[in-house]
Design a protein around this ligand. Structure first.
Ligand SMILES: C[S@@+](CC[C@H](N)C(=O)[O-])C[C@H]1O[C@@H](n2cnc3c(N)ncnc32)[C@H](O)[C@@H]1O
Length: 206
């Protein structure tokens, strides 16, 4: 009872953009994402789309704003406003990823950092259709999502209380990407958690 009250209170507080920004800055080691995907992220000149960018803390670590073109989209306008201030060299838009307002084949690389576990399967599938549309034919999609991990009780305890209600198993995440070619799949440590890391390519239409 007390536990669930505290969890609900924490969730309400995280809806306040500045509090969410503080939590992202203090609790999340985005350097590990940069490192995990370094061979894909280290090219100059990439046009990058960050889907569900939150308050932009992750992008400020993951993306080279000087040498790459960055666009972040975020459902919550308050988060997007903070992300825009944090990343003035990029572009941040309040936008629903299920209905992206970009021309087809606009981006070289798109990434989701901790976003799918906030979406049910139907929403992820809709977002993936849009992602495929806005990515270039030879574009790449990077995904990092948390996993429950046997023996990591502290991680599992926090994830059970996460605002994202759709933390899946490895197979659960992979079931969502049947229409994509999986170039690489592995796991890595992200802060206290074990995360799934996927590198996906759009499959050519048959
Ligand atoms: C856990 S946060 C991750 C933020 C950031 N990517 C990071 O790595 O810190 C998930 C974000 O996805 C956003 N989101 C959820 N559904 C969305 C949608 N349909 N379109 C755009 N953003 C969405 C949420 O508002 C939230 O800011």
């Amino acid at each position: 009872m007390m536990n669930s009250l505290l969890t609900r209170l924490a969730h309400r507080l995280l809806e306040v953009p500045m509090i969410f920004e503080l939590q992202e800055s203090l609790c999340n080691d985005y350097g590990s994402i940069r490192k995990e995907f370094s061979e894909y992220l280290s090219k100059d000149g990439l046009k990058i789309l960050d889907i569900g960018c939150g308050t932009g803390v992750s992008a400020s670590v993951i993306v080279d704003m000087e040498h790459q073109s960055y666009t972040g989209i975020e459902l919550m306008s308050g988060y997007a406003a903070i992300a825009a201030k944090r990343n003035p060299k990029g572009k941040v838009l309040a936008m629903d990823a299920t209905k992206m307002d970009f021309p087809s084949h606009s981006f070289d690389l798109a990434f989701f950092s901790g976003v799918w576990h906030h979406m049910d399967d139907k929403t992820v599938r809709r977002v993936l259709v849009e992602t495929k549309r806005v990515l270039k034919t030879k574009g790449v999609l990077l995904v990092a999502e948390p996993l429950f991990t046997p023996g990591r009780w502290y991680s599992n305890m926090l994830l059970k209380r996460d605002r994202g209600r759709h933390i899946r198993t490895r197979d659960g995440y992979l079931a969502l990407v049947k229409d994509w070619y999986t170039e690489r799949e592995r796991t890595f440590n992200f802060s206290l958690h074990r995360s799934l890391s996927l590198v996906l390519r759009p499959k050519a239409p048959r």
